[in-house]
Design a protein around this ligand. Structure first.
Ligand SMILES: [Zn+2]
Length: 248
């Protein structure tokens, strides 16, 4: 049931919370209440499609009920949407404390990602990582979330990949700017870039201990610099940027 259209999810959810059969008319009213601008014919077509996929069945003139398969699909969709909103809530960073917690969480996941990448990264991923850290002399120092995202993928551990993909969601890209800002103010960007090169060297040398240790050192440094930046009277700067991210 991946990529279920929202309207279909809404229909299945409505039918699963209803005790008896649901008629086409009630389905139309419900969907419109949920904000879907649908016509009667669209709803009829949707319901027929659900019948064809054996998710619903007609019970005479009273309307339709979910089949066992349909109930299972509705329950899964509910779990999916809860999981998505849990993640969205966790990634809605509000203050310095949230940002530090975010970095601490990343440290736990990314140390394992770096270790696994040293064991499992493919040659083309190693080449990509090396290319990403070849920026010496360009004067464009950055803390690149793309670098961290790539290591997550190169772990080839599906659990780590699922979490890092969510952690480095594009919606969090503005966070990169905040970290760069902190890095500039704390004069840490050059060091962060050196740390990236060290991590890539550890992964390339297929040395999981070194890759893991250097990733921990890297995140430890970012946590420390974020705290120092906040404690030197700049907490309001962090809060302003986070509020801007949230409003996007
Ligand atoms: Zn980094």
């Amino acid at each position: 049931m991946l990529h279920t259209p929202p309207i279909e999810s809404a229909l299945l959810a409505a039918m699963s919370s209803q005790a008896g059969p649901m008629g086409a008319r009630a389905a139309l009213v419900h969907l419109r209440e949920q904000g879907f601008a649908v016509s009667e014919s669209t709803v009829s077509r949707l319901l027929r499609e659900l019948d064809e996929r054996a998710l619903t069945q007609s019970v005479g003139k009273k309307g339709r009920v979910l089949t066992e398969e349909g109930r299972r699909a509705a329950a899964n969709l509910l779990l999916d949407s809860r999981r998505a909103s849990n993640f969205a809530d966790a990634l809605n960073l509000r203050d310095v404390h949230d940002l530090v917690d975010h970095l601490v969480g990343r440290r736990g996941i990314e140390r394992e990602a770096a270790r696994a990448a040293a064991l499992r990264a493919r040659p083309e991923e190693l080449a990509q990582l090396r290319k990403m850290v070849e920026t010496t002399g360009s004067g464009r120092w950055q803390e690149r979330l793309g670098f961290h995202r790539t290591i997550g993928q190169a772990s080839h551990n599906r659990q780590i990949q699922a979490i890092t993909t969510t952690l480095f969601d594009e919606r969090l890209d503005p966070l990169e700017h905040l970290l760069v800002l902190i890095g500039i103010k704390q004069e840490a960007l050059v060091r962060w870039d050196e740390e990236h090169r060290g991590i890539v060297a550890g992964i390339s040398d297929r040395d999981p201990e070194r890759a893991e240790r250097l990733m921990v050192v890297h995140l430890d440094g970012m946590i420390r610099e974020t705290e120092q930046f906040a404690n030197s009277g700049n907490a309001h700067v962090i809060h302003a940027v986070l509020a801007e991210i949230e409003s996007k």
